[in-house]
Design a protein around this ligand. Sequence first.
Ligand code: HEM
Length: 136
Amino acid sequence: MTLTQEEQKMIRNSWGKIITHSQETGEAFYRHFFALRPDLEVLFPTDLKLQTHKLLAAVTILVTKMDKAEHIREEVQKLAHRHTKYGVEPAYFAVFGEAFVLALAEILASIWNEPLKKAWQSAFQMIAEAMIAEMS
Ligand code: HEM
């Protein structure tokens, strides 16, 4: 799967807004994720502040380099292997992506529309597919 130039542009533009609201984005994400899968809360540490920071930092790297897939391959491989150790299963990615998009819809409410949603869904799916491929 690849993203169109237009989708990459939309993602980069909206990312700036997310980063300036990283704490709120993280809180919204975990609120949605744990509402959808309360049983998976045990996988995460109690202090989610640091976790939020790490997640957004990783997504930033992946997002800003997504047009150069070969540059992030190694990064994604290592991230995937660490996730296997955290007890993460490939089946969890879909709901993780759902919570992520719901959180973005909240934070980016003023500019949110169907094309932006689709762009983020595709970007998440690309990263998820690459990670899942390393986990099997
Ligand atoms: C695009 C997909 C994902 C990205 C970019 C991502 C990113 C990260 C990052 C950067 C960390 C910090 C630690 C590290 O670098 O190893 C982390 C930790 C973690 N992630 Fe993910 N993650 C993704 C998907 C998932 C999914 C689907 C789950 C399933 C529930 C998950 C659960 C966890 C858990 C349990 C930890 C460890 C918490 C801890 O003990 O510190 N992640 N993730």
